[in-house]
Design a protein around this ligand. Structure first.
Ligand code: PEP
Length: 250
């Protein structure tokens, strides 16, 4: 049985004061979260603050990205060992905003997957098609290509050491959620593709859904057999909404 994971991607939002209030709110409601593992991914500069509030509790934290390098002349980058030093358990990699605004290729994302594992972080590996790709009927080819980049570089077993997040780009931050059936179809395709190489990894790996998930649609999505949690953007910025999604995984 895969334990659901609900992870908040705060993107470039928050301030010291807002983060304190958000985390206080989340912690106050965690008693009702029975089943899901919960994590938050703040902007990197706030990770020490998040660590000081969450240390020793039930909510984990992670970075929103990491460098493929360990250290050196890479201005603006954050390395895996730095995230690890501040207690991160996870690192989001390959988010569609990184792929599109920072031109991250499938190969770069595979390098980031490798870097995360090397430094003891679990990658939350984002994949998903654009609206144009969905409308052209190539969703499966796109997600297969994105997954294969990691399998070809690291082998299928590596996937079980991370988490996959299927995030249709057209559903991110748009208020348009994939229907539970649409999401389940792609999740089943992803699991099936992995199963062709390893039934064991396919059974173990958690596949999260991301894209305008909110308390009102979470239960239906999370009830689908291949949806093992959510990667949450907008709704992760309000404690009640985020907790509502966490509780929906009960
Ligand atoms: C995301 O960016 O990972 C995401 C799922 O955003 P939202 O929930 O706002 O669509």
């Amino acid at each position: 049985m895969r334990q659901p994971l609900v992870a908040g991607n705060w993107k470039m939002n928050g301030s010291v004061e807002e983060i304190k209030a958000l985390l206080d709110g989340i912690l106050a409601g965690m008693g009702d979260v029975k089943r899901a593992e919960v994590a938050v991914c703040p902007p990197a500069i706030y990770i020490p603050q998040v660590q000081s509030i969450l240390q020793g509790g039930a909510v984990a934290w992670g970075g929103q990205d990491l460098s493929t390098h360990e250290s050196g002349a890479y201005t603006g980058e954050i390395a895996g060992p730095m995230l690890k030093e501040f207690g991160c358990a996870y690192a989001i990699i390959g988010h569609s905003e990184r792929r599109s605004y920072h031109a991250e290729s499938d190969e770069t994302v595979a390098d980031k997957f490798e870097a995360a594992l090397k430094y003891g972080l679990k990658p939350i590996f984002c994949i998903g098609e654009t609206l144009e790709e969905r409308e052209s009927g190539v969703t499966e080819q796109v997600v297969a290509r994105q997954i294969d980049a990691v399998i070809n570089k690291l082998g299928v077993d590596a996937l079980a050491k991370g988490v996959i997040a299927y995030e249709p780009v057209w559903a991110i931050g748009t208020g348009k959620t994939a229907s539970p059936e649409q999401a389940q179809e792609v999740h089943a395709f992803i699991r099936g593709r992995i199963a062709k190489q390893s039934g064991d990894v396919a059974q173990k790996v958690r596949i999260l859904y991301g894209g305008s998930m909110k308390p009102g649609n979470a239960a239906e999505l999370l009830a689908k057999e291949d949806i093992d949690g959510g990667l949450i953007g907008g709704a992760a910025l309000k404690a009640e909404d985020f907790l509502g999604i966490c509780r929906a995984a009960n």
